[in-house]
Write a protein that binds this ligand. Structure first.
Ligand code: 6GU
Length: 225
């Protein structure tokens, strides 16, 4: 995959790139770029935002600044890419969308900043608007990292063992439910035990128990206690 993230804070992503699964996909041929809107802004003095029409507090990122950044990176090709704007008013990010985005050969994430981003970006320059939850972050950077993390770990070679993604949370193997609980040694600690079935060596019973716990957690996650 060729993944580009447009941001006013490319240095935020330096840590992100050091993660094992991110390094693994880069070693396997993926290309990541973190591109600063300020490098291509058509305005003077690195300006990227302006006061909102109609008045109000805060500043709004300008559409011409975002357009210039996309033009510089992709030229005439820029309509062809899957382009995701990170915004609290977007579609909720979930595992299904992560799988969908992971199937793209080329993906662009646009971080907004300040009070918002000119609505014409959403209307004319992107294919998707995505939020990571019902709360407001200071900018789209952390949301872009969340999306990039979830997407990149879907790519071949991201994880150490091919199996580790098969039975993970929300996979088909678990009927879309969260993952079952895990235990390891010691078998008792401060009197806290481990479910007997996991020590039984009966693989069928273990499988059944795990699926049950996974289903239970699915019910809890969707509104229970
Ligand atoms: Cl994508 N951006 C911002 N600024 N806040 C958010 C978000 C995105 N998703 C949830 N909160």
């Amino acid at each position: 995959m060729r993944l580009d993230v447009f941001t006013l804070f490319p240095e935020w992503f330096e840590w992100f790139q050091t993660q094992r699964h991110v390094r693994n996909v880069v070693a396997a041929g993926s290309e990541l770029r973190f591109i600063d809107y300020r490098e291509t802004t058509p305005l003077g003095a690195g300006q990227v935002d302006d006061s909102p029409y109609g008045g109000g507090a805060g500043m709004v990122m300008r559409v011409d600044v975002v357009d210039a950044a996309l033009e510089a990176a992709y030229g005439a090709e820029r309509g062809a890419r899957r382009t995701v704007l990170l915004t609290p008013s977007g579609r909720m990010f979930d595992e299904e969308l992560a799988i969908d985005l992971a199937s793209e050969p080329e993906l662009t994430l646009l971080c907004g900043r300040y009070e918002g981003i000119d609505e014409r970006v959403r209307e004319h320059l992107v294919t998707d608007a995505v939020s990571i939850g019902r709360y407001v972050l200071a900018g789209g950077e952390l949301a872009a990292m969340v999306v990039a993390d979830a997407v990149l770990r879907k790519l071949p070679g991201a994880l150490g063992h091919a199996e580790s993604a098969l039975e993970e949370s929300f996979s088909d193997a678990l009927e879309g439910h969260p993952e079952y609980p895990h235990y390891t040694r010691p078998a008792t600690y401060r009197g806290w035990g481990v479910p007997d079935v996991l020590l039984s060596g009966d693989h069928e019973r273990v499988r059944g128990w795990r699926l049950e716990r996974s289903r239970e957690r699915g019910e809890t996650a969707s509104g229970g206690s």
